[in-house]
Design a protein around this ligand. Structure first.
Ligand SMILES: Cc1cc2nc3c(=O)[nH]c(=O)nc-3n(C[C@H](O)[C@H](O)[C@H](O)COP(=O)(O)OP(=O)(O)OC[C@H]3O[C@@H](n4cnc5c(N)ncnc54)[C@H](O)[C@@H]3O)c2cc1C
Length: 423
């Protein structure tokens, strides 16, 4: 607004904005940290800061949704093998001396160190952490897009429809674009196990743009997953980019149509639109290895909204740990902040024997890929966060997913390149 033209209007708008501005600067001289996002990255940041910089920081968690959702078990819900759980953010934040404010970040004014929330409220900060996650979008027209908890009932309905039909082909599609593929493999494996009982004449097919199943976990893990798919009689079509499903056909490039009576696809992800924040390819926020947002002073980012191409909870937590260490040092903690050195860990629900997959992708040390049917990390949860996993086990009662000797889980762990090629 041009204040030279409408000085009265401007002064009243300014006064209103001043009133709406939540001026609660740290009265105790502490470093004021605002964390925008109450998911994996946001909570891990809050927890790490409370441990690394006690008494040095005031932490405020801002998110529009009042709950933290533990999403990984969304894939188990349609089979009654697990349940998505959610927890009050206010209670989780209070547990470690942070506060929770309901609100949606819409932009940043770095010159004033102010985070702008929807409806005009401003929140001042010394350090701001962007942890607002990514936005899922339909990638395959016509297919059932499985985004997580919101789609478990639709998927359950599809299983009922398939059982009634008794024959046909169900395709699980990992499309082009950015996303986390593991849930699709879990759905395919668990569905094949379920349909073997409920509708044995229905064929299950996996259509993926990858050159090999779960290729980002490396050779050994990928081979193990391929063996599992074959054991479950799942047909595998690799190197195919699916664009749409209609009339019993999935359109793919470069091979053209693939038969499928029903189709379930992962979404593709894009970064959120935040005024004043740089966006790279796909709308994702570019950062350095300490999580500092390119070109913005005192603004950090962690998790799915960053430009790091693999969107996974464990990696989001590792990014958050790097961010928390940098901010703790800034706030005066005696700590030498370590950069993000990604290690990918995946716990694959199979509907049979579980698998732990681990891959190290970083620091030019070369790839190591491990796969096992016993825990490669502890606690052996689905989202591996240094702070978050034990915290959820202690406070929220999320226990290790399954006894290690129980069937139904595969765990994978890999160190990643810090600058992997775009997915
Ligand atoms: C079905 C499914 C299964 C998965 N399984 C696994 C698994 O087994 N292991 C694993 O490691 N990962 C898994 N993932 C991926 C994992 O859930 C994500 O990578 C992880 O949640 C990303 O964390 P995040 O904090 O960046 O974003 P999110 O966890 O998505 O959290 C984003 C937060 O930001 C808030 N928010 C949104 N917009 C704003 C805004 N404008 N201002 C402020 N706050 C905002 C949201 O309310 C939310 O609190 C799975 C994902 C899905 C969908």
């Amino acid at each position: 607004m041009a204040c030279g033209v409408l000085p009265m209007a401007c002064s009243s708008v300014a006064a209103t904005l001043r009133l709406m501005t939540r001026t609660t600067p740290s009265l105790r001289g502490r470093h004021r940290v605002v964390v925008a996002g109450g998911g994996v990255a946001g909570l891990e940041t809050v927890l790490a800061l409370s441990r690394l910089a006690p008494g040095l920081v005031d932490v405020e968690l801002v998110a529009p949704e009042h709950h933290f959702w533990y999403r990984p078990l969304a894939v188990a819900e349609p089979f009654d093998a697990g349940r998505v759980v959610r927890f009050e953010l206010a209670a989780l934040a209070a547990e470690v001396g942070a506060t929770y404010t309901p609100g949606e970040l819409v932009g940043v004014r770095t010159d004033e160190r102010v985070a702008e929330l929807a409806h005009g409220a401003d929140v001042p900060y010394d350090s701001l952490v962007l942890a607002a996650g990514a936005v899922p979008e339909e990638a395959v027209d016509g297919a059932l897009t499985f985004r997580g908890p919101a789609d478990t009932e639709r998927f359950r309905g599809l299983l009922d429809e398939i059982e009634k039909a008794g024959h046909g082909t169900l395709a699980f599609i990992h499309p082009g674009g950015t996303g986390w593929p593991l849930p699709l493999y879990e759905l395919a494996l668990m569905t094949a196990a379920e349909l073997a009982e409920r509708a044995p004449d229905v064929r299950v097919r996996l259509v993926t743009r990858e050159a090999a199943p779960l290729e980002l976990f490396g050779g050994a893990a990928s081979d193990a997953v391929r063996d599992l798919l074959v054991q479950r009689r799942i047909e595998i079509s690799t190197g195919l980019y699916a664009s749409s499903w209609a009339n019993g056909t999935v359109e793919t490039a470069p091979d053209g149509p693939v038969e499928a009576t029903w189709a379930v696809a992962l979404p593709t992800l894009r970064g959120p639109d935040l005024a004043g924040v740089p966006r790279g390819r796909g709308g994702f926020v570019p950062t350095d290895r300490h999580g500092r947002v390119h070109g913005l002073e005192a603004v950090y980012a962690a998790g799915d909204l960053t430009a790091f191409p693999i969107k996974q909870g464990g990696l989001a937590a590792q990014q958050a740990d790097a961010v928390a260490e940098s901010i703790a040092a800034e706030a005066g903690a005696r700590i030498d902040p370590r950069p993000f050195e990604p290690v990918l860990r995946g716990l694959l629900l199979t509907g049979g024997v579980p698998a732990y997959l681990r891959a190290e992708l970083g620091g030019g040390r070369g790839e190591t890929s491990l796969v096992a049917n016993e825990a490669l990390w502890w606690p052996p949860g689905k989202i591996v966060g240094r702070e978050l996993a034990p915290f959820l086990a202690r406070v929220a009662g999320i226990e290790p997913l399954a006894p290690l000797e129980a069937p139904g889980v595969v765990a994978i762990e890999i160190p990643l390149e810090t600058e992997p090629v775009a997915a």
